[in-house]
Design a protein around this ligand. Structure first.
Ligand code: F0G
Length: 472
């Protein structure tokens, strides 16, 4: 995103209060700004911004886990929210009115079939699809929309492959803010689109792909009455980082060896990396889990960059690359992550390198079969989320994850987010074609290894019993 004009875009509320700062992550710049400045990238150099919460002024650090645990049983909306429960580490003053739908509090499931499929003794799935709008975006949106309301924004806007839009639309409705969403026409799941319509957003179907929508967002960022809620906005990352805290709490502060997430625009991996890093700096954990990111092979700019960096032999380079080769016509049936120019790639890459994780790709076939296996554990997810289990299987086969290690895959969206895909997989009609995916896409045929096609059956008890017998 290009730097918005600081004269028009910077709007500062009178009372800043909170001690946190927004800082540019570019090592050659490092400029800092007030926490209530309405900026999305560094006004000086255009670099990505990150919020720095002064961890040294957090009091009674050792008691935090107990305090957070106790809040889960309270009726106060700020305690019930699985994001605001961790408010000591969020950049707001006490008493700020929050816009919440009681996000977070999502389950961490054991998944024995997925574990076996991945070559592991055990695997746990952190199901972020159990959030109020059925995706992980809600944990970031509660914070971004709270900040929008504090700044007195009139309209909140985002570009989206569907989930960010549904989430923003819901939180904007709660806050009674106007909401406009930019979507790539014909390229998002109808279920996600339906959510945004229902929550009353102005739905703008753009003739272009997600990256075109993001470009328009960077132009709109100049308008002071408009607040941008994409994950380039560091407040989104602040909300999403709390998922790392919740995971650690659910693991009783035993650090998992690996945490694996899908990668699209790269906000989620950046946020988890920041969350684990803050826990380490506060001394609540003594090491970082290895954070790995999985991309679909037709939309994998960061995995390509990472593959080119493996010559570093795992060492964290002093200066991160300042350029990424974008993928011009990204293609994947996992439409949530059909992104060729991810905005948060630098933060994500930094988090992966610091934790000594990996960034790899998986094929359409691998995503589809992994999704069906997750389903057989009784835990549905959308295609993008299934990149995790497919990726874990490949990392295990490559010896980067060992079978006895503790591994958590973050499922980002609910199975009902993309029912057409599920149905096509099980009926044997799933495949990429050039109309759906732009000129560069090649047709892909997927033969589902775990297909479960409905059977046509006569209306008789005998016929039903006979088919049950055949399937035993
Ligand atoms: N999984 C799902 C279900 C998503 O919707 C997304 C991103 C991702 C994974 C990737 O996360 O972008 O933080 O790396 N969806 C965005 C959207 C782009 O507009 O809904 P990321």
């Amino acid at each position: 995103m290009s730097a918005p004009n600081p004269r028009t875009a910077r709007k500062t509320t009178a009372a800043s209060g909170a001690e946190a700062l927004q800082s540019c992550i570019a090592p050659s710049c490092g400029a800092s700004y007030g926490i209530r400045d309405q900026i999305y990238v560094c006004p000086r150099c255009g670099g990505p911004l990150e919020i720095q919460v002064p961890l040294e002024s957090v009091s009674q650090t050792r008691d935090l886990p107990k305090r957070w645990e106790a809040r889960a049983a309270s009726r106060d909306p700020k305690d019930r929210s699985g994001v605001w429960r961790y408010r000591e580490l969020l950049p707001f003053e006490a008493g700020v009115p929050v816009v919440t739908l009681f996000e977070g509090n999502t389950p961490l499931y054991d998944a024995p079939r997925s574990a076996k499929y991945s070559g592991l003794a055990a695997l746990r799935l952190k199901h972020q699809g159990c959030n109020p709008t059925a995706s992980f975006k809600d944990t970031g949106m509660t914070v971004a929309v709270t900040q929008a309301a504090l700044l007195g924004a009139r309209t909140v806007v985002c570009a989206s492959t569907g989930n960010t839009a549904a989430s923003l639309a819901a939180y904007a409705a709660r806050a009674e803010l106007q909401c406009a969403i930019l979507l790539p026409r014909g390229q998002i799941s109808p279920a996600k689109l339906a959510q945004s319509m229902d929550y009353g957003a102005i739905v703008c179907e753009i003739a272009g792909n997600f990256d075109d929508c993001m470009r328009l967002i960077s132009e709109l960022a100049d308008e002071p009455s408009i607040y941008i809620a994409n994950s380039i906005n560091p407040f989104r990352i602040e909300g999403q980082k709390t998922v790392a805290f919740e995971i650690l709490q659910q693991c009783e502060w035993q650090v998992p060896d690996h945490v694996v997430v899908p990668g699209g625009n790269m906000g989620n991996s950046s946020a988890l990396g920041k969350g684990f890093d803050e826990m380490l700096r506060l001394g609540l954990i003594d090491r970082l889990p290895k954070l790995s990111v999985i991309q679909a092979e037709g939309a994998a700019p960061l995995a390509h960059l990472f593959a080119g960096m493996e010559s570093f032999g795992g060492a964290v380079p002093e200066n991160l690359p300042d350029h990424i080769e974008v993928v011009r016509n990204p293609s994947t049936l996992a439409t949530a992550i059909k992104i060729g120019a991810p905005v948060s790639w630098q933060k994500s890459l930094r988090a992966v390198l610091r934790s000594r994780g990996s960034i790899i790709t998986v094929s359409e076939q691998e995503i589809a079969d992994a999704k069906a296996i997750i389903g057989l554990d009784g835990i549905g997810c959308e295609p993008a989320s299934a990149t995790t289990v497919a990726g874990i299987r490949n990392l295990t086969a490559a010896g980067k994850i060992h079978s006895e290690e503790s591994v958590i895959a973050v499922l980002t969206g609910h199975v009902l987010k993309d029912p057409d895909y599920v149905s096509h997989y099980h009926r044997g009609t799933v495949g990429l074609d050039s109309t759906e995916s732009g000129e560069a896409a090649k047709p892909v045929h997927i033969t589902g290894a775990f297909r479960n096609t409905p059977i046509k059956i006569a209306a008789s008890k005998e016929a039903i019993l006979e088919s049950l017998e055949r399937r035993r």
